[in-house]
Design a protein around this ligand. Structure first.
Ligand SMILES: *[C@@H]1O[C@H](CO)[C@@H](O)[C@H](O)[C@H]1NC(C)=O
Ligand SMILES: *[C@@H]1O[C@H](CO)[C@@H](O)[C@H](O)[C@H]1NC(C)=O
Ligand SMILES: *[C@@H]1O[C@H](CO)[C@@H](O)[C@H](O)[C@H]1NC(C)=O
Length: 347
């Protein structure tokens, strides 16, 4: 296999009409992801993280079940609205939750270890409407979900366990009405507080770095690869241009999913299958919010063109060397040499 043929990094930026929406006019999702591992009848480990979009806001410390803030501003935002109350009741609420699961497990004789996962939060649209959600799973499967507007738990699997738990939770009216309040009112106002305090970090933008190279899996096929990485936020547009025209989706075009990097940036690649020496010009075009109204345009330097260019350069160098040599020889012949002049000429 031929080694990757690296052509160009971050090449041209072109002025193109803007396609990006105002970042403030965006749908926001705040969610608490929680996993509780019940090893045996007397132990439970609680793990939790809260995310706004893909940004971690705070996490639950499994050692003492207290909150660990990822940002100074997430601590500030947590002093507003209902968050103060939620924080002070957190440990008691978690203890009650753990006790409740142990009680149910004993009642229906569930086997330990047990893993209970939940996802709770709300979605806030730019028009300030929001909806809350809470889903609970057991052993990796959906178990029950809370319907916020109806203030009711509903089974999410056909099992006596799901039936029993939803029925038992629905009988706790104080809890369901509190949950409704938390998932709608408190959650929505917490998103607004986080956006206010954390604006600079939440609106962080990282520019994509794009590389174009080719692979030759078969002599009659050339795969042009456009690798784009290091960008944030996640939405991006990557397209191949053939002679300046966007290549429409089809069997020759293969764009990967957007994958996360370790530093909260993202990457993806787009592969276009072409015939070698087909006489067309190709370029990868990247649009991203961090580029504003511009686009990155990374041309694929056609394989057939590359040797021609190298040969041309080699010929020119030979001509230059020959003339320099000739000049130097001519000067020496004349006897009034200085190598200085020769060197200057060659530079
Ligand atoms: C329960 O599990 C914990 C942690 O895995 C362990 O330390 C403890 O000894 C166990 N208790 C019983 C009664 O098995
Ligand atoms: C608000 O926006 C969401 C998403 O765009 C839409 O589904 C919803 O109907 C809108 N609500 C109102 C009251 O405009
Ligand atoms: C697209 O990529 C996937 C994963 O690498 C591969 O399985 C699939 O065959 C590719 N499709 C085309 C049309 O090249």
């Amino acid at each position: 296999m031929q080694p990757p043929h690296l052509v160009l990094f971050l090449f041209l930026t072109l002025l193109l009409p803007g396609t990006w929406a105002d970042p403030e006019a965006e749908t926001q999702v705040l969610q608490l992801l929680q996993t509780i591992l019940f090893t045996n009848v007397s132990s439970a480990e609680v793990f939790g993280v809260t995310l706004l979009g893909d940004v971690p806001i705070y996490a639950l410390d499994p050692a003492d079940r207290s909150l660990r803030f990822h940002w100074p501003w997430s601590r500030q935002a947590a002093t507003e609205g209902d968050m103060g109350k939620i924080k002070s009741h957190l440990k008691v609420a978690l203890r009650n939750m753990v006790r409740y699961v142990h009680e149910v497990a004993q009642k229906v004789q569930l086997d330990y270890p047990l893993v209970i996962q939940s996802r709770a939060g709300c979605v806030l649209h730019p028009n300030r409407t929001s909806w809350g959600f809470m889903d609970v799973g057991e052993g990796g499967r959906d178990l029950i979900a809370f319907e916020v507007e109806r203030q009711r738990w509903e089974p999410r699997q056909m099992s006596s366990l799901a039936e029993l738990i939803s029925k038992s939770l629905n009988s706790k009216k104080a809890v369901t009405s509190l949950l409704e309040h938390l998932l709608s009112i408190s959650c929505q106002s917490h998103i607004l507080a986080l956006c206010r305090y954390g604006r600079a970090d939440l609106e962080r933008q990282e520019m994509p770095v794009a590389t174009v190279f080719a692979r030759t899996p078969r002599p009659d096929q050339l795969l042009l690869v456009c690798h784009v990485t290091g960008f944030y936020p996640r939405p991006i547009s990557v397209a191949w241009l053939r002679d300046g025209q966007e290549v429409p989706p089809g069997p020759t075009l293969n764009t990967s999913a957007i994958l996360p990097n370790a530093d909260l940036t993202y990457q993806l690649r787009s592969v276009l299958a072409v015939a070698p020496h087909d006489g067309h010009s190709y370029a990868c075009r990247v649009r991203h919010r961090s580029l504003g109204t511009r686009s990155l345009l990374i041309p694929w330097e056609n394989h057939s063109g590359a040797p021609t260019t190298s040969i041309t350069i080699a010929v020119l160098l030979l001509v230059a060397a020959a003339s320099a040599g000739g000049f130097w020889w001519w000067k020496r012949r004349k006897g009034d040499e200085t190598t200085w002049e020769t060197q200057e000429f060659m530079i």
